[in-house]
Ligand binder design. Sequence first.
Ligand SMILES: Cc1cc2nc3c(=O)[nH]c(=O)nc-3n(C[C@H](O)[C@H](O)[C@H](O)COP(=O)(O)OP(=O)(O)OC[C@H]3O[C@@H](n4cnc5c(N)ncnc54)[C@H](O)[C@@H]3O)c2cc1C
Length: 388
Amino acid sequence: MSADLVYDVIVVGAGVEGSASAENLSKRDGIRVLLLEQFPLPHSRGSSHGQTRITRRAYTDAFYTQMMDFCSKYWTRLQETSGQDIFRQVGYLAIGAIGGEFLKENIHCMTVNNAPYTLLQPQDFRRKYPMLRFADDIGGLLDPDGGVLMADKILLAMRKSFLSHGGTLRDGERLEQIVPGETIEVQTNKGRHRGKSLILCCGPWTNQVLAPLNLRLPLKPQRISVCYWRERESGSHSPQKLPTFLDDRCCDGHCIYGIPSLEYPGHVKLCLHYGPEIDAELRDVPNTDYVLRLLKDYVRDKFPGLEYEPSIVESCVYTLTPDCHFLLDRHPAWSNIVIGAGFSGHGFKLSPAVGKILADLALDVKTHDFDLTPFKLSRFGSANKANL
Ligand SMILES: Cc1cc2nc3c(=O)[nH]c(=O)nc-3n(C[C@H](O)[C@H](O)[C@H](O)COP(=O)(O)OP(=O)(O)OC[C@H]3O[C@@H](n4cnc5c(N)ncnc54)[C@H](O)[C@@H]3O)c2cc1C
């Protein structure tokens, strides 16, 4: 590495949000980008690994539905340019009581964004999905554009595109120190780099990285048990019969979501949107009995066509904010340090928009595509800023 080289932007963290930011920057004329990742790639210690993620327009906040226009176009383009099968349009089903808040909010978001959907009354819901057992007042909103993103393939395709546009990727290289200034210096376990701006996308490690910059965010990393349940009858929960789904606050106040059997043959992915709080370095320790008990009871009652015990349990990490909205903003003291954090278990599908927003902030380009108000640091108040 040349001691004189000053990158336009250094991005720290090659999860999906850092990779999307770096790729977006690399496509802009004359912008030199360095992407740093602490682990050798690929790795499974953060939030972005695994084969599948749900994508959907149906949300309970209209600004996410609006952002999905941009993201859907990106996913289609990445599918074409990478030649990889990265998106399966199997639909998405929001499950809830007819007339209840959850479905009303989903309908509102789809309507104001002119997105197509079908509202399934309870009898239609039961007829269409005979493998499900729900109470008589439960129906669904079907989002036909939803489906499955193939996460590991996407990360690979994003990084490939980043490298092909001239970006520099250094994995197995951990950021250890940041010296802020007009030109920022970062010290890693392998050397020193300089950049005009810095984007931090460090997932559950965000507060460790921010501590020397006197900033502590209200982020809660949680360990999520990713469970796969075997079909009793082969093909009964295939993507032709069942879309991706989310059942709102159905399980001790937590949501359940899932993906039909397309990842491990004959297995439905079905998870609780909750897990024990962890330290990113100690995530394999916590007891998950509570989570598994809730999931097993749910499967027994609502998915009788699946075996009662999960046959595969993997793990992944969420990093939650108090309101479950992302944090996309500048450091309050150093405007050339940009933070993307707190993706709260729903950031994968939106990573193309996140990457554009963070790239615009780093280059000080005005973002007109999206309203950034919901993502501001100031919404957490001063309690989370230390010694600024
Ligand atoms: C089980 C599960 C299911 C999910 N399902 C969905 C879904 O269906 N749909 C959806 O849209 N979203 C979903 N999500 C959420 C989505 O996957 C996350 O929001 C997203 O992956 C967050 O990415 P990230 O880049 O912020 O974090 P990460 O993937 O954790 O990336 C952060 C990176 O920073 C690196 N790093 C940290 N510190 C340093 C350092 N000092 N130096 C260098 N590198 C460093 C880490 O090693 C890591 O690679 C799910 C998440 C989980 C866990």
